[in-house]
Design a protein around this ligand. Structure first.
Ligand SMILES: [Zn+2]
Length: 115
């Protein structure tokens, strides 16, 4: 018999996704399912292994294989986060995506440390 309180044990949040700005169910990083997996692939593309859930537990020597696999399946283009090597310091107002990137990193760091 299905417990009607089932959802209480698997809390999800209603909110605006940080990645695509749609309102719906989001995870603890305020990302919808789609964007959460995009972020994960981006982190691997960028070599941010420590933040990636996919790369978690993957031995260092296997990481490069994982990245190649991601790139061959999903292309090398970043899907969600802003590229690190962006050199647009002229216009500070256009830095929203960079701030978002940093924000996501901070939140992910927080998530990891509290585990
Ligand atoms: Zn999203």
């Amino acid at each position: 018999m299905i417990n009607p309180d089932f959802k209480e044990f698997f809390p999800s949040f209603e909110g605006e996704c940080q990645g695509c700005d749609t309102f719906g169910e989001v995870n603890d990083l305020s990302l919808c399912d789609k964007c959460a997996s995009k972020l994960d692939r981006d982190l691997i593309r960028e070599g941010d292994w420590d933040y990636s859930a996919l790369a978690f537990g993957v031995p260092t020597e296997r990481r490069e294989d994982l990245r190649k696999e991601i790139i061959s399946k999903y292309d090398k283009q970043l899907e969600l986060i802003a590229p690190k090597k962006e050199k647009k310091s002229k216009n500070r107002k256009g830095n929203k995506s960079k701030d978002r990137h940093r924000n996501i990193h901070q939140q992910m760091g927080h998530t990891i440390w509290t585990k």
